[in-house]
Write a protein that binds this ligand. Structure first.
Ligand SMILES: O=C[C@H](O)COP(=O)(O)O
Length: 309
């Protein structure tokens, strides 16, 4: 049952509505409690480097240019030119028409190219257009595809449509990894977040991702906790591991470390690598670099010391 590419509307609905309900108060309380955990200075240095290595460094603006994307790639490959010890980020995340520019700029560095696709951010387009979007990004060199689900279909209870779109997109990805974005800020309940998680994993998602960054609220700790529980339970049930990517609104080192604590305490240390956990962010990296330098030197270097994310 790891990847159920064939299902029926009735089976899928029965399965998703048969999942145990999320204890909302419990999830909020647990996430809030874990957010107060402090970590030792030595562990903090390690956590900052781990967080840097997990960043999907993102630009998703209508005004993006090839020049901006090349600058972002240079930053992702070598975040602090003054310190070669700083790890590179996991991937550069761009719109499909700029995937080729990013692929060229990161070639041979080990940094991935993630491209949003399937009519990002709304997900409202015919399936054929979404698949063409996906294929174009992969052909241009994207190694990861970040697709959005059709939230309208999901909220109307048309789970089969969402499932079939994920299966078809997974196929269009070929060797590229597929991240499935739920836009949790539009899903209304934690029960829906749990259902979307299981639906996406059954349909073949390699990663599940909270948000596009275009809708508030974007990533939150409790929503990510629900998703981390889902990937943990899915692996227990099927043997297949799926990654998690909170994205949108993550801007500070403090936030990033809270997510790492949450991963460790919920899914477990197997997820504490860029292979299985990412932080989607357009403006987190500089804060990580500033805090890293402060820990190493005792001196706070302001944002002027680093190029813009
Ligand atoms: O996937 C990443 C998000 O689009 C970035 O959102 P952000 O600009 O709030 O960091």
């Amino acid at each position: 049952m790891a990847t159920e590419t064939r299902t029926s509307a009735g089976e899928l609905r029965a399965f998703l509505h048969g999942l145990p309900g999320v204890d909302q108060v419990g999830a909020d309380e647990r996430a809030a409690r874990l957010a107060t955990r402090s970590i030792k200075t030595s562990a903090k240095a390690e956590a900052i480097d781990l967080a840097i290595s997990m960043v999907d460094l993102t630009t998703l603006e209508g005004a993006d240019t090839p020049g901006k994307v090349r600058a972002l790639c240079a930053k992702g490959v070598r975040p602090d030119p003054a310190d070669p010890g700083v790890p590179k980020v996991a991937a550069i995340c761009v719109y499909p028409d700029l995937a080729g520019v990013a692929a060229e700029a990161v070639r041979g560095t080990g940094v991935g190219v993630a491209s949003v696709a399937t009519a990002f951010p709304s997900g409202r387009a015919p399936l054929e257009a979404k698949l063409a979007d996906t294929r174009a990004a992969v052909a241009a060199g994207a190694t990861e595809i970040d697709m959005v689900i059709d939230r309208g279909a999901f909220l109307a209870g048309d789970y089969l449509k969402v499932h079939e779109e994920i299966v078809a997109t997974r196929q269009a990805c070929g060797d590229a990894h597929l991240k499935v974005i739920f836009e949790t800020g539009e899903l209304a309940t934690y029960d829906n977040v749990r259902r979307a998680s299981w639906l996406a994993m059954r349909a073949g998602a390699d990663f599940i991702k909270t948000s596009t960054g275009k809708v508030a609220p974007a990533a939150t700790l409790p929503v990510t906790l629900v998703m981390l529980e889902a990937v943990r339970d899915f692996r227990d049930a099927t043997g297949r591991q799926v990654g998690v990517k909170p994205a949108g609104g993550i801007r500070t080192t403090k936030d990033a470390i809270r997510y790492l604590v949450l991963v460790n305490e919920t899914a477990g240390p197997d997820w504490l690598t860029p292979r299985w956990f990412r932080l989607g962010a357009s403006s987190l990296l500089n804060d990580l670099l500033m805090q890293r330098r402060k820990l190493a030197t005792g001196v706070y270097s302001g944002p002027d010391h680093f190029t813009k994310d």
